[in-house]
Structure formats: C-alpha cells, structure tokens
Design a protein around this ligand. Sequence first.
Ligand SMILES: [Zn+2]
Length: 324
Amino acid sequence: MDTDLVAALDIGGTKIAGALVDCEGALLVRAQRPTPARDGAEAVMRAVADVLAELRASSSWGRARTVGIGSAGPVDASAGTVSPVNVPAWRGFPLVDRVAAATGGLPVVLVGDGVAMTAAEHWLGAARGYDNALCLVVSTGVGGGLVLGGKLHPGPTGNAGHIGHICVDLDGDVCPCGARGCVERIASGPNIARRALDAGWIPGPDGDSTAAAVAASARAGDPMAIASYARAAQALAAGIAATATLAEIDIAVIGGGVAGAGEVLFEPLRRSLRDYATLSFVRHLTVAPAVMGTDAGLVGAAAAAWASQEKGAGAPTPQAAALR
Ligand SMILES: [Zn+2]
C-alpha cells in the first residue's frame, strides 16, 4: 500500500528547495530553484510555484497530505506570513495562503529556518533521543530552536529559540536588530572575520577574509584568529548557559558554516561553558556538532508537517466530539 507523504519547502536567500518526504525522513523527489532575492515579491513567489509544480508533476504527489515550510526569518506562523531579512521584497508576505493555493488547498505548516533545523536534528540527527535540546545555526546570522519535553517548541509565531538576539554583553555593540551585545553581533561569521581584521589579522595570499579563512589561520596558531573564535565561543556559551538555566536543556547542537571550524570553535566553547553553566542542573550539558547538513531545512520542514498531522489525528474533529 502506498503510504502518505508530506511536501517540504526550504526557503532561503539563495535557494528555494522542495521535496516529497516519507514518514522516515527519506527525500523521495526533489526540486530546486535559485531565489531571485533582489527581484519583486511575485518573482520570488514564481520560483516557489515552479518548485511546487515540479513536485506536483511527480507520480507520488497524490500521496502528499500536508506541506511543511521552513523559511528564513522572521516568520509569523500565526499570521502565515514571512519577512526574510535577505529577501527584501517579501515583507509580511502571505506565503501560507499562496502555497495552499498552489497545492490545491493542502494544509500548510510554517516554521522559521532555525526551528526547522532543530526539528531535523531532533528527528534524525544529533539531538535524537534528547527530550530537551537547543539547536543553533551559526552562519551569516545566528538562529536556533528548542525541543522541550520531547516536542518541538516553535512558539506562537514560529520563532522560539532565536538565540542570536539575546543579549550577552549589556553595553556591547549595536546589533542590526536594534538591541546591543546580541550573540549574533559577536558570534556570526562576518563578526568573527571583522574582529580578527580589526585586531590585525592578515588574510593569506588569496585574500580570503571570511570566517573560514580565520579558522584556517587559527588552526595554524595565529593568535588574533584564535582570539576572535574564542570571543565568539564565549558569546555562544553565555547564550547556551542562559537557555539551559531557563529551560533545563540537556544538549546544545551547533550547525551552520561557522560550526565547520570544528575544534577551533568547539574547544573554547566547551571551556567557556564551564565558566557560565555552573549550577548543578546545567553542568552536565552536552555540546555536539549538527549532523544533518544541507538537507536539514527540508527534513525539518517535513518533521513540522508530520508533527502537525499527528496533532490533527490526535484531536477529535468537531463532528467526532459531537457524536460522543
Ligand atoms: Zn540583535
């Protein structure tokens, strides 16, 4: 018998990916388009519609019951709208309604990309088996998501766990969000690179001045590069320790391009955590690299879709309730 599937969409500033996903997380059919991020709202929507049209052309489409969307944020799941920072034409864009219309009225679930990554790591990745987890995406920005009591906790608007914009430096630099001393303002890739350059770090002959190049210098023993990563790790550790103390999380999973620095980031992170995660109930906290890679967004969007179906199946319909 053919089993049910969900359709997953991963919407980012550079690409829009889609897939049909089974209940074990296998991506059966895929489609992808570049995001025309500098074009108008309808041009971006057309790319989404093209991805969905390619999925609908598959013979498996008839088994799709729900659509899960993980989108660059901010998102507003309660309103069904998205306003991705890196897609300027979409501000309060009614993505849920438009995707429902493009799929013949399937139910649509929307979460932020940090929450989607968290759902993926909890379902099949490094946070599997943990009932209380914080997952972080450290890249151009810093995002995240929470699993509490064994369940994804997206919050009312789909943004809960957005650790990048909690303050870890009271009088720190102004963050693009308007606050000061945010984790992202210290720990994102561009800020790691900027801090190293400000301290006098000199890029190699290829001129590469990204956080990845700083990581390579740190591995080679460059003190300015090592210090910039240590400062990023300190900010992440303070944010993770605060979250652990508030919500009693057991594991922090860290993904995104900056996590690719490996021990250059993880060694000072574990060290800093010992300074900030001090109470008995947070001292056991585990830190682990993410394992889901570039498919985390699609797998996570699918996980959110499956979770919403379970919720739907568990709650009695009005008719069923009336019959009791
Ligand atoms: Zn901020």
